[in-house]
Write a protein of this length. Structure first.
Lengths: 230, 298
């Protein structure tokens, strides 16, 4: 589903965000990417969505080398991805409902069907009652859930989440993780970056660990409980 | 389709959310367009007025003094067959002398003449109005037998044509300059909009919007603003014409004539609206092409 081959990413100015990173993620896997801030977690996710391009190596998503994808083709790659941004990137000039509607509008979804889908997505994250609110009136946890609703309304096969529990207290963080778990159950491929390893404690998942742009561990398949490296 | 309507609704909402800026733009567009379009309307009226005052142009054919009745009948037939001539009127030399007496008040002088110095003449009314055709017809008629002199009121026709051409060129230059100004206004408006909607554009890009999707609302905005500006220009012109007509009526009565300015025709009105819409769209398109590529999601 997703394969990194010897990927190097250096930003203009010389900062080396990723060094020789290789790994592979199978369809339907749920993988956590851990590491301190600045370890290259966000860069790794951005490479998958072709928001950044690698300097060396290839990033293969769905058998497509997204590193060399033409600009014209980018929208269609991104429509297959659900992205949950670290800074949420919600639009405060419209209400909760219209924020979730945006991806469907972009794809030109049929109007009535898209209404149903938006409601379903909001229901999934528990925000159905807030559909008329402005996102600015939502709490941090609610904004995060709104961002998730927007990412999943398109029913993507791959979900990328950048620090989804970053600024949330433990209770909210668990709610969010439970939502991700339910997507995992229905076969969505998930990549979740986090610097907070406490959320991993009670989950049974594969972890990719980065330190200063280098891969520390990339367990080939789902790691058995207990043998996971932190 | 519903999404397109929703996009247009969003554009309108945005346009009227900043009432002052939006209406100022429309007003400026309207005034700028009303100048050349108003001048054009005046020109059309002037053309109509001149035509009304002077009637259609004519060519006078003065015949040889020796021309016989047979020659004259021959010529009459030739003129009647000519496709370029709508009709020809024969004026006998005696009739011409009578007219001269009456119209100039020189009956004493004319009466003192031993013989009639005037020739027989045809007054030819051409079918076509433009100068070159008239000149060609004159040359053709001058070559006919028994025609001594063919006189076209060319000076008058040339002057009118030159004056109207001058007016047309002036209108075109003005229209050209103001169109560029309007494109610049829209360009800048859209630039500001793109900047204020930076977040939205960035997010849309990140979740798979094509450039077309992002571009469209701005193009709609430019076109709608242009259209509203055109409507404003139309209103300005029409109101001005009505005001002028009010005064013109009093003036025309003093001259015991009837004259009033015509409003823009349906065709000209539509042209004005479509053209202003196009200008708005073009300005928006240029702005979008220039500025959207600068917004890259990070």
């Amino acid at each position: 589903m997703i394969r990194f081959n010897q990927v190097n990413k250096r930003y203009p100015g010389g900062y080396q965000a990723l060094k020789n990173v290789s790994f592979e993620i199978a369809k339907g896997e749920m993988v956590f990417i851990t590491g301190h801030s600045g370890a290259g977690k966000s860069t790794l996710l951005k490479l998958i969505a072709a928001i950044e391009r690698p300097n060396l190596g290839s990033v293969i998503v769905n058998n497509q080398n997204v590193g060399v994808l033409k600009d014209r083709a980018l929208p269609y790659l991104r429509r297959n991805l659900g992205i949950i941004f670290q800074d949420h990137k919600l639009l405060f000039d419209r209400n909760v409902f219209d924020n979730v509607m945006l991806p469907l509008q972009i794809c030109g979804f049929e109007y009535r069907e898209s209404h149903k889908r938006v409601r379903a997505a909001l229901d999934k994250v528990g925000l159905l009652k807030r559909e008329k609110s402005n996102p600015i009136a939502l709490s941090g946890g609610e904004q995060q859930r709104l961002c998730i609703a927007r990412a999943i309304v398109n029913r993507p096969t791959i979900l990328l989440a950048d620090e989804p529990t970053g600024n949330l207290d433990a209770e909210y963080a668990h709610e969010i993780m439970a939502i991700f778990d339910s997507f995992h159950q229905v076969g969505v491929t998930l990549l979740i970056s986090t610097h907070d390893e406490s959320v991993l404690q009670d989950t049974e998942v594969r972890v990719i660990s980065l330190r200063q742009g280098e891969l520390q561990t990339a367990s080939p398949t789902a790691t058995p409980a207990g043998s996971r490296l932190a | 389709m519903r999404h397109t309507l929703a996009q247009i609704a969003g554009v309108l909402q945005r346009m009227f959310s900043s009432k002052l800026a939006g209406s100022l733009n429309i007003l400026v567009t309207g005034i700028a367009l009303s100048l050349p379009a108003g001048m054009y309307a005046m020109l059309q009226n002037a053309q109509g007025l001149v035509a009304q005052l002077s009637g259609s142009p004519q060519i006078s054919l003065f015949l040889n003094l020796e021309a016989k009745t047979d020659d004259i009948d021959e010529l009459r037939k030739l003129l009647a067959q000519n496709q370029a001539i709508s009709r020809a009127e024969f004026v006998t030399r005696d009739h011409a002398l009578e007219q001269l007496k009456v119209s100039t008040g020189l009956s004493d002088v004319v009466g003192g003449l031993k013989q009639n110095p005037l020739p027989d003449a045809f007054i030819v009314y051409p079918r076509q109005g433009d100068v070159q055709a008239l000149e060609g017809l004159r040359n053709e008629l001058a070559k006919l037998p028994v025609v001594e002199l063919a006189q076209l009121d060319t000076a008058w026709a040339y002057k009118l044509e030159a004056l109207l051409n001058f007016g047309r060129v002036a209108v075109l230059i003005l229209a050209g300059l103001l169109s560029i100004a309007l494109i610049a206004i829209t360009f800048n408006t859209i630039r500001l909009q793109i900047l204020t909607q930076r977040d939205e554009i960035e997010v849309a890009r990140l979740i798979g919007a094509t450039n077309g999707f992002i571009r469209r609302p701005f193009l709609y905005f430019g076109a709608i603003q242009g259209l509203l500006g055109g409507i404003m220009a139309w209103l300005i012109i029409s109101m001005s014409m009505l005001l002028l007509n009010w005064q013109l009526e009093a003036l025309a009565q003093l001259y015991a004539s009837q004259f009033s300015l015509h409003l823009l025709s349906l065709e000209d009105s539509l042209t004005l609206l479509l053209f202003s819409m196009y200008l708005g769209w073009l300005g928006a398109w240029l702005s979008v092409a220039r500025h959207l590529s600068q917004i890259e999601p990070r």
